[in-house]
Design a protein around this ligand. Structure first.
Ligand code: ATP
Length: 141
């Protein structure tokens, strides 16, 4: 007899400092290296590197938004584990701080004409700030 599909996903989002999410959810979208991945209960197992972006999950029909930076996700049929360098729930995001970080990164990027390590750092800072602004705005914070 075939196993029945799970109805929910146990979602864990962890950074080196703290557990940010530990929740039973209906769906989750993660920023995979090759683009956003939508995951429902029963998804085939996979490991994915994550890029800086947004994680969106649904619980009791309500969407929750987070900004995450680089990391990895392990997807199992009834569990998704996300290990990232930083993660903030939309309501924790300081919009003014993210806007200042975006501006600083934009200024630094203007100063570089060829790719250097510092330009890469500025690009990463830019992506983190952008993800924070988008997650906070999309959640209506
Ligand atoms: P900043 O230059 O403003 O510090 P950053 O991108 O360099 O931004 P990170 O190194 O990614 O910051 O994060 C350092 C810590 O601060 C992490 O714990 C992260 O969750 C938190 N953090 C960074 N920016 C914000 C923000 N706008 N709102 C809330 N927490 C933030």
């Amino acid at each position: 007899m075939a196993d029945s599909l799970p109805s929910h996903i146990q979602l864990e989002i962890v950074t080196p400092d703290r557990q940010v999410v530990h929740d039973l959810v209906e769906s989750v979208t993660i920023p995979g290296k090759g683009g956003y991945l939508g995951i429902l209960p029963g998804h085939a197992p996979l490991l994915s590197e994550l890029r800086t972006g947004e994680v969106v999950y649904s619980r009791d029909g309500t969407k929750h938004y987070l900004a995450v930076s680089w990391g990895f996700a392990e997807v199992l049929p009834s569990r998704v584990i996300i290990l990232v360098q930083t993660a903030e729930r939309a309501e924790e995001i300081d919009l003014a701080r993210a806007a200042r970080a975006l501006e600083r990164a934009e200024e630094r990027l203007k100063e570089f004409t060829d790719p250097t390590i510092d330009a890469e750092r500025a690009r990463e800072a830019y992506q983190r700030a952008l993800a924070r602004l988008q997650a906070a705005r999309r959640s209506g914070s």
